[in-house]
Design a protein around this ligand. Sequence first.
Ligand code: AMP
Ligand code: ZN
Length: 502
Amino acid sequence: MKLYEQYPVSITNSLSGKKEVFKSLVPGYVGMYVCGPTVYNNAHLGNARTFLTFDIVSRYFRFLGYKVRYVRNITDVGHLVGDGDEGEDKIAKKARLEQLEPMEVVKHYTEDFHQVMRQMNILPPSIEPSATAHIIEQIDITKKLIEKGLAYEVNGSVYFNVKKYNQQHHYGILSGRNIEELMESGRDLDSQDEKKEKIDFALWKNASPEHIMRWPSPWGSGFPGWHIECTVMSTKYLGETFDIHGGGMDLKFPHHECEIAQATGANGKSPVNYWMHSNMLTVNGQKMSKSLGNSFLPAELFSGNHPLLERAYSPMTTRFFMLQSHYSSTLDFSNEALQAAEKGFKKLNAALLLAKQLVRNIETSATAQQEIPEWNNLVDACFKNMSDDFNTAKTLAVLFEMASRINDIKAGVVDVKKVKKESLQHFLNHYIGFMEDVLGLQEESQGNTDALAGAMQVLIELRKKARADRNYALSDKIRDDLKANGIQLKDGKDGEMTYELD
Ligand code: AMP
Ligand code: ZN
C-alpha cells in the first residue's frame, strides 16, 4: 500500500468551504499552480509565508509518494497599481522611477525573490513561467472568449463580459460575491465608461503612447490584463482541469474568481478541483504590506537590522515561527513570538543533530526483538496531522514529543540494545524526514548565527566611530574587507548601517 493511500490527505477547499478528501485526477500525480510574485519590489515576509505554505503542500505530497508538478509563475506584466484595470503597470512604474528598462526591474526582483526562497529553504517549483513569455497564448484565449461571445473589444481593449458569463455559469462561485451587489458597488473610474458594466474586467488593454510595456495584437498595440496570465499558464502546463490552485487569501477576489470565469468560459469546464488559500501575516492585526509601511524584509529579520527588531532571527527560526500556526489562520508578527519560536526550534534542532548521530553510530543487537509502540504511534500521528489539511502546528507538537524520546535514548532511559534495529531506524528516520523533508527545517548551528550578528554589531559600531573621527581610510577598509568576505554593509539614513550576506 502506498503512503498516500495509507494516509489520505484532506484539504479545506475554498470552493466548497469544506474539508474534503483529496483525490488526484491521475492516481499518484498532483498538479498544483500557485500565483507567484509580482516582481517590482523586494519580497517581504508576508509574501514568504504564502510561498512557504505551498512549499509544505508540495513537500508533503512528495513525501507521501506522489509525483508533483508544481507551477508557480512570475508576474512581470499586467499587474496595475491599485490591482484593477486602471493606472500604471507596477513594473513599468518602478522602471520609470528608477530609470531602468522594465526587464531590468524584473531581473533584479526575480533574483531577490529567489534568494529569499533559498534562504528560507523554500524549494523551487517544477516550472516557473513568466507572463511576458506567454503573450501569444494570452492573445489566443482572448480571441477565443470573443468568439464565444464572452468578451468584447472597445477602443483597442478587450473586456470580459461578466453578466453574459453569469447567464451560463456562476460568477462568484469561489468568493461568494453576488453579481448584482458587485455591479452596484463598483467604483466609477475614467475608462470604465468603455466597459459595458463596471464589473467587467480587462483581458487586453490598449497601451497609451507613454506605456512602455506593449505588444502587437489583433486589437492594436497593448498588454494583457492581470488575471489572464494565470489562466493561460496554469492550463498550459497542467491541463484544462487540474488538481490544486493556491495563493494568498487576498487573491480570492477578484483575481481567482476571474481566473475561474476565464477558464470556464474558454474551455467549458471548471479549471480547478481544489482551491487553497493561505492566510495573511499580520503586524498588530494589520496585513503586512509594503504600501502600509509595516513590512519586514527577510534580510532585515536575518540580520536584525530593523528599528522594530530587538535582534536577528535565523531563517529556520522564521520558518518554525510560521509553521507553528495553521496556514488558514492569520499569524501575527512580534518579537516575543519570534523569541519563543527560537527556543522551540533550538530544542527540535538539538534533537535533529542527535537523531542523525544516533542513526549513524548507535549499536543495536541483531537479535533484539523489542518494539516500542509509542514510537510507532508518534510517527503515525505526524502523518495523520499532516494529512489533516497540512496541520503543521499539530505536527510540530508531535515532533516535540519525539524529540523528548530521542533525548531519552541518549540518556539511556531506553535500553536500545533490546530494541529491534528496524524499529529504532523507523523512528529516528521519520523524525529526521518530517523535520527536514516535510517541514524543511534544516539543521542549523544556532551558535554561529548569534555570534555573527553580535560580531557585526561590534564592527558597525567601530565603523561609525571611525566616521565620526573622520577616519575614512579605516571606515572604508572595514567596508571593503567585509565585502571581500561576502558581507555587504549598507549605509542608511541618519548614519545607520545594515548588512547583508551575499
Ligand atoms: P504579490 O507579489 O503582491 O502579487 O504577492 C505575492 C503573494 O504574496 C500573493 O499570493 C499574496 O497573496 C501574498 N501575500 C501578500 N501579502 C501577504 C501577507 N501579508 N501575508 C501572507 N501572504 C501575503
Ligand atoms: Zn494568479
